[in-house]
Design a protein around this ligand. Structure first.
Ligand SMILES: [Fe+2]
Ligand SMILES: [Fe+2]
Length: 302
């Protein structure tokens, strides 16, 4: 992280080319199902574009939790420590990222994002209240930093895939992911530093509670597509009513992704997020993290 990154004008928006995909297909859940092959090229393209917005909404959600309650609480906790200044830059960068993603959404989907930041991502009120409460006390609930770290580290292999396929993708999307990933590498270092300081200070019961919250919330909200992934398909059906007869099959195959280890491994695995898993290995209660993020065998509970 360095202060020269704090210039929102680094990302310049022109006319979005809607004849191109916004993301590599490998990053979109439906491309991992067999029903995808049945869809017409126009429907697949539109799915890809809509899913890109849902994907970014997850980032905007996490960025606003970081810039909102989490980082300010940590800046107070570490007041006077050089880490506080790094956290201030981290916060400023997240605000800029959310601004960029939203700018791109408004340019790409003006009808959907006229006066709101979230179209596809929503969380149940109770889960949100629990998360809000924990996010205001990150020293007691550092699972919020594990969540941030693994999701932020995931942006790095994803952006490498985006850059590899850059020639066939919409150029503003490629440019934004390139800028985003450059900052996220620094955020992952910051998350790791915070976890190294805060996790050992927890009581054994505190560690178990935090581990449970981390794994449960990650699986529920940031892993296989549930609400947001389905909301994208419903929007697709509004725009392409010819897929309506396929909706039951689409639902079935999207739900089935949640129990497919091959698909889940494309999201979180040692190979994709090596720094998060290496840090987890340092703590006995998190050594089984990779298995915990795969479908539970019968009789196994988190
Ligand atoms: Fe970000
Ligand atoms: Fe970040």
């Amino acid at each position: 992280m360095n202060p020269t990154t704090l210039d929102p004008a680094r990302f310049r928006l022109g006319v979005v080319d809607k004849s191109r995909r916004f993301l590599p297909e490998s990053l979109t859940p439906l491309a991992h199902t067999s029903v995808y092959a049945v869809l017409s090229p126009a429907v697949r393209l539109r799915y890809n574009q809509l899913f890109a917005s849902a994907y970014h909404e997850q980032f905007i959600y996490l960025e606003s939790m970081l810039a909102g309650p989490i980082l300010p609480a940590l800046m107070r906790h570490y007041a006077g420590d050089p880490l506080a200044e790094r956290l201030r830059i981290f916060q400023a960068e997240e605000r800029i990222h959310s601004h960029w993603f939203h700018l791109l959404h408004r340019a790409s989907e003006p009808a959907l994002y006229a006066d709101n930041r979230h179209v596809f991502v929503s969380s149940p009120r109770l889960a949100q209240r629990i998360f809000d409460g924990c996010a205001r006390r990150p020293a007691a609930f550092p699972f919020v930093l594990w969540l941030a770290m693994i999701i932020e580290e995931r942006t790095l292999p994803a952006s490498r895939e985006i850059i590899r396929e850059a020639d066939s993708l919409e150029p503003h999307y490629v440019a934004l992911h390139r800028l985003h990933a450059a900052d996220e590498a620094g955020h992952v270092s910051c998350d790791a530093e915070l976890i190294r300081r805060l996790w050992p200070a927890l009581s054994p019961a505190g560690r178990l509670l935090n581990r449970w919250l981390f794994v449960t919330l990650l699986r529920e909200f940031f892993q296989a597509p549930k609400r947001a992934g389905w909301a994208v398909v419903l929007q697709l059906a509004r725009e392409h009513p010819e897929i309506t007869p396929l909706l039951p099959r689409l639902r079935r195959e999207i739900n089935a992704l949640g129990s497919r280890a091959d698909y889940l491994g494309t999201l979180y695995s040692r190979a994709r997020e090596p720094r998060t898993f290496a840090l987890a290995d340092r703590f006995r209660e998190l050594r089984r993290l990779e298995q915990d993020l795969l479908p539970a065998p019968a009789g196994h509970t988190l």
